[in-house]
Design a protein around this ligand. Structure first.
Ligand code: NAD
Length: 353
């Protein structure tokens, strides 16, 4: 079997974690006799500096032709003052829109080995295994916007079609799990959320009658996620609510640095990336946690290449590495223990593999 994967390292710690992710991908590929074609391309601030724009046409073309795309992270203070359409983050939004990556999957699973790194008490964290499904190409991040000297506006729009397709992906995933869906909205205030709740209710009743369905308002959901995290299995929500709730959920796992994500399109093209940003505060110091990036490789193997066993092996190697006590600085800080550099942590994962 062969596969072409485009690597978009991006900015800040993006390139640092991407190196470790690629080492893991190459190692597992060699083990399972997968012929890999890895190609690197520019995105974000790195692309602005070289080409003038955050998503060069060449990068988009390479991504369209690839079997899967891995992304590090984009952004940084050095590009904060450029025109809004030329900011690094715009490159990522354009990539998501151009490839139709409407479904963002963010698994959050707690490991007993990392319980001390979470601000929550260990007994609350036991058994937490949630997947958050976030709509990624609609809503307020893609709506009409404007500003004058004294006012500004952003608009949130959703169509029935957009809500149906994300609810269906969530429904299919939930059927492979504990058959429970929590749909999150703000239907007591927002018109888009009322459409969301009506559509979700209909899709689950008509197409997934076996699912247990719960609806929560986003404000209540932020609270329930901390007070009863183990009761959730799959949560589905719009773009902005998902953006916020997944960062909150990362604290269950111990650090923003450990969580992976997959962004999928109707055709199956996917971008796989850690959920963290470019972390300018620690970039260049070789201390970033590469777990989220490496676990994104596991998601790439599972969702884009249909190699579930290989994905399991990568996840198991990361779990064993953490269980062995290996920690990067973000996690070691909590226990006061010694910390490994990004590359030394990568070595430890490879040793487990
Ligand atoms: P961030 O995720 O970059 O960092 C938040 C905090 O978490 C920082 O203290 C950082 O040091 C820490 N952190 C993040 N990842 C880590 C890792 N792997 N290991 C150890 N510590 C880690 O969020 P931010 O500071 O709000 O944003 C910084 C830049 O990243 C901004 O330009 C933002 O727009 C961009 N951003 C990009 C993406 C993306 O590329 N998908 C996502 C979020 C933010």
């Amino acid at each position: 079997m062969s596969a072409s994967v485009v690597i978009l390292p991006g900015d800040g710690i993006g390139p640092e974690v991407s190196v470790q992710a690629c080492r893991v991908l190459e190692t597992i590929a060699a083990r399972i006799d997968l012929k890999l074609k890895l190609e690197e391309a520019l995105i974000g601030g790195a692309a602005i500096d070289s080409t003038g724009g955050p998503l060069p046409a060449e990068t988009l073309e390479m991504c369209r032709e690839a079997d899967a795309i891995f992304l590090g992270a984009v952004g940084g203070p050095q590009w904060a003052d450029v025109d809004v359409d030329l900011r690094p983050e715009q490159g990522l939004l354009d990539l998501r829109r151009s490839l139709g990556l409407f479904a963002n999957l963010r698994p959050v699973k707690t490991l007993p080995a990392l319980a001390a790194a979470s601000p929550l008490r260990a007994e609350r964290l036991a058994g937490v295994d949630i997947i958050i499904v976030r709509e990624l190409t609609g809503g307020i991040y893609f709506g009409k916007r404007g500003r004058s000297e004294t006012e500004a506006f952003d608009t949130c729009e959703y169509s029935v079609y957009e809500i149906e397709r994300i609810c269906r992906i969530a429904g299919r995933l939930a059927m492979q799990r504990r058959k429970k869906v929590t749909s999150v909205d703000k239907a007591n205030v927002l018109e888009t959320s009322r459409l969301w709740r009506e559509t979700a209710t209909r899709v689950y009743k008509d197409e997934f009658p076996e699912l247990e369905v719960e609806h929560l308002y986003i404000d209540a959901a932020t609270m329930h996620l901390l007070s009863r995290p183990a009761e959730f299995d799959l949560m589905v929500m719009d773009n902005m609510f998902g953006d916020i709730l997944t960062d909150e959920a990362s604290m269950l796992a111990g650090s923003l640095g450990v969580l992976p994500s997959a962004s999928l399109s109707v055709t199956g093209t996917g971008v796989f990336e850690p959920i963290h940003g470019s972390a300018p505060d620690i970039a260049g110091r070789g201390i970033a946690n590469p777990c989220g990036a490496i676990l994104s490789i596991a998601m790439l193997l599972r969702h884009a290449l249909n190699l579930g066993d290989a994905a399991d092996q990568v996840e198991s190697a990361v779990r064993k590495t953490l269980e062995s006590g290996a920690r990067t600085a973000d996690l070691a800080a909590v226990g006061g223990g010694e910390s490994l550099s990004t590359s030394a942590f990568g070595d430890a994962v490879l040793a487990q593999l």
